[in-house]
Design a protein around this ligand. Sequence first.
Ligand code: FAD
Length: 359
Amino acid sequence: MSEAAKPAAPRPAGRAGRNTELPEHLKAYKGVWVFIEHDRGHVHSVSWELMGEARKLADTLGVTVSGVLMGGPADDLELYAKEAYTYGADRCYLMRDPVLQGYRNEPFTKGLTDLVNSHQPEILLLGATTMGRDLAGSVATTLGTGLTADCTELRIDGRAMAATRPTFGGSLLCTIMTLAYRPQMATVRPRVMAMPRRDDTRSGDIVEMTLGMVETDIVTKLLDFIPDATRNTVNLAYADIIVSGGKGLKTAENFKLVWELARVLGAEVGATRAVTQAGWCETERQVGQTGKTVRPKLYIAAGISGAIQHRVGMESSDCIVAINTDPNAPIFDFAHHGIVGSAMQVLPVLTQTFRNHLA
Ligand code: FAD
């Protein structure tokens, strides 16, 4: 019998012929976990944003929320645990070891996979930061489970997590569910989820676990820390006001009008990819699918068309003011306030008005 004529092998039942049944031994996995990212004495805010989401998921499932804290002797993990409770955690898993002082993939992957295998959470969330992306991929691969990266929405469907993320260059949203494996893993970019409200009356318990690894087990050595020079100067993700410019400004010279308004408002400067690619400002200022996700109180978009890839990075802003010569520009479909006019005329007027008003 030729290969082509062979009868198809029987497949387990499920969507698209794949096994979607959760094996019996994975049904014991319970609870929602958040990996709490910290560096040089600071917890990354995305961890608390995820804690708020974890709380909602856990409440729907009727389970607990736990934070995972890994670090070295110099890290105040107990202090971070107390913070975690105020943002919704019921428990924190603590792993402290000299080899966990400063992030390296190998010891963190072993530590997190050991914790997961021992305590069996059904959901594990990480920030889609440089560290979170690096760690999530290796942990998911080691555990042999599913990971949905850069999610924009997380919810419970039945007993599974439905993780939504942009696809096809941001033109479509797809929802991915890990039905037959545990834990269900997802990463979320900073500022995609809202910061939860603190509740200082909350407390929780701590479960400690050891790593069981020594320095000679690890190939990567941490020699020095060189801070990213752009990090302190460009703080787009957490800015309250952003003045952003697009290709409608026509020239790098005109883009200075964006800087002038930003300076008067004490705002950060953002840009579209068309602008960063033209070299009118640094790539760190790009807002959108392949740039930063922002959530300011005020987002002023000057000469920006509102393409979906830009929109996904800024549509959660509290107030969007768009300036565009084309009354049919897509940005007017989701801006809260629109000014139909040339940015080269409107921006200087706004700058002068705010300068007079704020002086
Ligand atoms: P244009 O689309 O050229 O729009 C210029 C706008 O200015 C027009 O609406 C025009 O009416 C208006 N205008 C013209 N003259 C004036 C004037 N005098 N005053 C006021 N308005 C005027 N883009 C991003 O921004 N961020 C991303 O992260 C991103 N990621 C991408 C990822 C992928 C995979 C792909 C394929 C694309 C991505 N893009 C991204 C590009 C995106 O599709 C758009 O091309 C880009 O956002 C358009 O930038 P723009 O609005 O500045 O320029």
